[in-house]
Design a protein around this ligand. Structure first.
Ligand code: FES
Length: 214
């Protein structure tokens, strides 16, 4: 085991362990949206999990770091917070912040991270860029809300773990990227109706079982 220091707290980890996961397991919170322990390599798409590592400049996404020695980590520096707040504001600029009717209200990762970083969910200066399609209802079991989706990829990953064939995938590029469902209605109705792991792991309210949709 290796001893490392995170914000003056000494913790232990196996060499090669994932830094973000180790911190979270040790009760040290670092904002994150796209991290799943099992996903390797880490997608590192949300850009929220920055930390500073002594001897390394600039801050790094902790989900991409393997523990290699007695590292000194800082999770709460001005540079870290600046990067995290920018990443969150970017997410909020493309997020339909209409929490009341959303089934994820009060259990939404974006709400939690905004509270942690002390950012309002509707900053006044933020220019909104919402996708035109509000809800995609073609799937037999799920409704997809592109303007709530943070594109973390957890749904696509767990779907692939559950089924032999991928039923969900990313489609489009850049701002137009969305999660889309493969397969004919019959096949997805049978497989997805019994599963819904994608909806359960969604950190916001982007994939909602039809029965719960608002
Ligand atoms: Fe590291 Fe998303 S958790 S970039």
């Amino acid at each position: 085991m290796i001893k490392l220091t995170v914000d003056n707290t000494e913790i232990e980890a196996e060499p090669g362990a994932n830094l973000l996961h180790t911190c979270l397991e040790s009760g040290i919170y670092i904002p994150n949206l796209c991290h799943l322990k099992e996903m390797s390599p880490a997608p590192a798409s949300c850009r929220l999990c920055f930390v500073e590592i002594e001897g390394m400049d600039p801050p790094v996404a902790s989900c991409t770091i393997r523990i290699w020695g007695s590292m000194q980590i800082h999770t709460d520096t001005p540079a870290v917070r600046r990067l995290q707040k920018s990443a969150l504001q970017l997410l909020l600029s493309v997020h339909d912040v209409d929490c009341k009717p959303c089934p994820a209200n009060r259990k939404c990762a974006l709400q939690d991270i905004a509270k942690f970083l002390k950012i309002g969910l509707k900053p006044k200066h933020l220019q909104k860029q919402l996708k035109e399609t509000r809800v995609v209802e073609e799937h037999p079991c799920l409704d997809y809300y592109p303007n709530r989706c943070v594109l973390c990829g957890k749904c696509v990953y767990v779907c692939r773990q559950q089924h032999d064939l991928p039923m969900l995938a990313f489609a489009g590029r850049g701002f137009d990227t969305v999660v889309t469902a493969f397969g004919g209605a019959k096949k997805t109705r049978d497989a997805c109706g019994l599963c819904l792991a994608c909806s359960a792991i969604c950190p916001v309210g982007a994939l909602i079982p039809k029965a719960e949709a608002t």
